[in-house]
Design a protein around this ligand. Structure first.
Ligand SMILES: *Cc1c(COP(=O)(O)O)cnc(C)c1O
Length: 475
C-alpha cells in the first residue's frame, strides 16, 4: 500500500496521475466550475441537485442515469441570449442564439429552449419532429446537414423553417424545386468552409478544407453557391454560415473565420448586388470537463465577438448583418452529470511503484462514448457518502466488452471506494445521451430533470423489452 500514500504518489515517477490533475486537499470536495449550479454536497457527503439527494434519485430512477439541472440549463441558455442581445445591440441590431439540438434534444429541452427565447438548430428529421412537438415555431428553426434526405427537406419546408443551411449544389436545386412546387420562398444560408482549424481535438475540428462540410472559400466554391441560389426561383439568400469546430476556448479562430466570410459577404453585395441580411458564426464554445479548461463566460464571448464583427464590417465598409451563433455543448454540457453505481473495484499495478484503482460502474461507453472516441477527459466524485480515506489515482471504467471502455481516465477517489458506492461524472449533458448506443444490448439510461426539489423523467430508461421489440424474432 505504500505507493498509495500522498508522499509516494508525489515522488517523481511514482504516480500514475497525469501532471494536469491537481492533488485534492479534500477528496470529498467538489471542484468549482465543473458542476451544475444547484449542485452541492450535504454534511454526509451526499451530492444534491436542486435540493434532491442523488441517493433519492438512485432509489426512484435507478442507475445509470443522466441527471439534468433544469435551472442550470435554462440559465445558460438565457445567459447566451441576453449577453449576445446586449453586446450586439449596436451591431446589426442584436443577435440570435440557436441552441444546437444535436448536443442533446428531447421534447422538454426543446420546450425550455423555446421558453427561454432561443432559436433551435436541428440536423435530422427526428430532431425537427422533436422541435415541432415542443411547439417551436418553424421560423425559429434552422436545418443543418451535408446530406439531408428528400423527405427531410420536404418536412422542413412544410414546417416553414426559418433557414435551411445548404451544403451542396445538389441541395440548392432540391430546395429550389421544393419551394417552387409549394409556391413558397425558402430562406437559405450557405455553409462555408472558411479554412480555419480551431485549436481543438482533430476529430471534432470541422472547418479545415479537407472535410465533408460546406463550400470552400478558397476555390470560389462558396461564391458560386451564392450565385446559384440567386439564380434559382423560390430561394432567398439569407447569408453565409461558418462553424469552425468544437471545444474552443479563445476567439481568434472566430476572428479569422468572420473576416473571411464577411469578405465574401461584401463580394456578394458588390458582384451580385445582393445585401444578405444575416451571418452565422456557428458554435463550438468550450466548457470545463476538468481543471484543464477555463471557458470564457457568455458575456466575455459576446463582447469579443461583437468587437470582431464591428471591426471587420468597418474594414469592409459593410452594414453589419444580423449575427447568429449556435452553442450546443456550452448550454447543455455543464447542466448534467451522470450517476453510476460502482460494481467492482480492482487495484492494478501500472509499473513497479505505481498503482491505479480501476472502478467499474454500471454504464460506460454506451452512455458516454466521448472518452473512447475523442480521448476526452472527465472528472468525477464519490456521490453517496463522505470518506476519510486518502485519495488514490483511479480510473472509472464501464461494463462493456472493450478495453477502451473508459469513462474517467484520471481522477483521485478515496481509497475505500467500494461496490455500492455512487459515482457522479459532471459535464455529460452534451454528446453523451445524444450519442448513446445499445452496445452489448445495453438499454440506454433515462434523463432525469431536477428543479425546485423535485425530480422527473424527461427521457425514460430503455428496457430489454424495447430492445427486443425491434428484433424480428420469427423472421
Ligand atoms: C455541432 C455544431 C454546433 C454546436 O457545436 P458545440 O460544440 O456543441 O457548440 C453548432 N453549429 C453546427 C453547424 C454544428 O455542426
Amino acid at each position: 500500500m505504500h505507493a498509495h500514500e500522498a508522499g509516494a504518489l508525489h515522488a517523481p515517477g511514482y504516480s500514475a496521475a497525469p501532471e494536469w490533475l491537481p492533488w485534492p486537499d479534500d477528496v470529498n470536495a467538489l471542484e468549482p466550475g465543473l458542476w451544475p449550479r444547484t449542485v452541492t454536497k450535504d454534511d454526509e457527503g451526499v451530492l444534491t441537485v436542486a435540493g434532491v439527494p442523488v441517493t433519492a434519485i438512485q432509489q426512484e430512477f435507478g442507475t445509470p442515469a443522466y441527471v439534468i439541472d433544469e435551472d442550470d440549463f435554462r440559465a445558460r441558455a438565457r445567459d447566451f441570449r441576453t449577453a449576445y442581445d446586449a453586446a450586439f445591440a449596436d451591431v446589426g441590431g442584436g443577435a440570435d442564439v440557436y441552441y444546437a439540438g444535436k448536443a442533446f434534444l428531447c421534447t422538454a429541452v426543446a420546450r425550455w429552449v423555446r421558453e427561454e427565447g432561443l432559436h433551435l438548430d436541428v440536423c435530422s428529421g427526428g430532431e425537427l419532429a422533436t422541435a415541432l412537438r415542443a411547439g417551436m415555431p418553424g421560423e425559429r428553426i434552422g436545418f443543418h446537414g451535408n446530406n439531408k434526405s428528400a423527405a427531410e427537406l420536404e418536412a422542413a419546408v412544410a414546417a416553414g423553417v426559418g433557414r435551411i443551411i445548404v451544403d451542396s449544389h445538389t441541395e440548392i436545386d432540391r430546395v429550389s424545386a421544393l419551394a417552387r412546387d409549394r409556391g413558397v420562398e425558402v430562406g437559405v444560408m450557405v455553409r462555408v468552409t472558411a479554412g480555419v482549424e480551431a485549436h481543438t481535438h482533430e476529430f471534432i475540428a470541422t472547418a479545415h478544407e479537407d472535410q465533408k462540410f460546406g463550400f470552400s472559400l478558397s476555390g470560389g466554391e462558396a461564391f458560386a453557391a451564392c450565385e446559384r441560389i440567386v439564380a434559382r426561383p423560390g430561394l432567398r439568400l439569407l447569408g453565409l454560415h461558418s462553424h469552425i469546430g468544437s471545444q474552443i476556448f479563445e476567439t481568434s479562430g472566430f476572428e479569422l473565420s468572420a473576416r473571411r466570410i464577411l469578405g465574401l459577404h461584401a463580394r456578394v453585395r458588390d458582384e451580385l448586388g445582393v445585401a444578405m441580411p444575416e451571418v452565422d458564426l456557428g458554435g463550438g464554445y468550450g466548457i470545463a470537463y476538468t481543471t484543464q479548461h477555463s471557458p470564457l463566460t457568455p458575456t466575455e464571448l459576446a463582447e469579443q465577438m461583437a468587437e470582431i464583427v464591428r471591426r471587420e464590417c468597418r474594414a469592409l465598409e459593410l452594414d453589419p448583418p444580423r449575427v447568429s451563433i449556435e452553442p450546443g455543448r456550452a448550454i447543455a454540457g455543464p447542466s448534467t452529470f451522470t450517476l453510476y453505481e460502482v460494481g467492482t473495484v480492482k487495484q492494478v499495478h501500472v509499473d513497479r511503484a505505481a498503482t491505479r484503482l480501476y472502478v467499474s460502474v454500471d454504464g460506460g461507453m454506451s452512455d458516454n462514448i466521448r472518452t473512447a472516441l475523442y480521448g476526452a477527459d472527465y472528472s468525477c466524485t464519490m456521490a453517496g457518502r463522505r470518506s476519510d480515506a486518502h485519495p488514490v489515482v483511479s480510473r472509472v471504467v464501464g461494463r462493456h466488452c472493450e478495453s477502451g471502455d473508459v469513462v474517467v481516465r484520471d481522477e483521485y477517489l478515496p481509497a475505500d471506494v467500494r461496490p455500492g458506492d455512487l459515482i457522479a461524472v459532471p459535464g455529460t449533458g452534451a454528446y453523451c445521451r445524444a450519442m448513446a448506443s445499445q452496445y452489448n444490448h445495453t438499454p440506454r439510461p433515462p434523463v432525469v430533470a431536477v428543479r425546485d426539489g423535485a425530480a422527473r423523467v424527461i427521457v425514460r430508461r430503455e428496457t430489454i423489452e424495447d430492445l427486443l421489440a425491434l428484433d424480428v424474432a420469427d423472421a
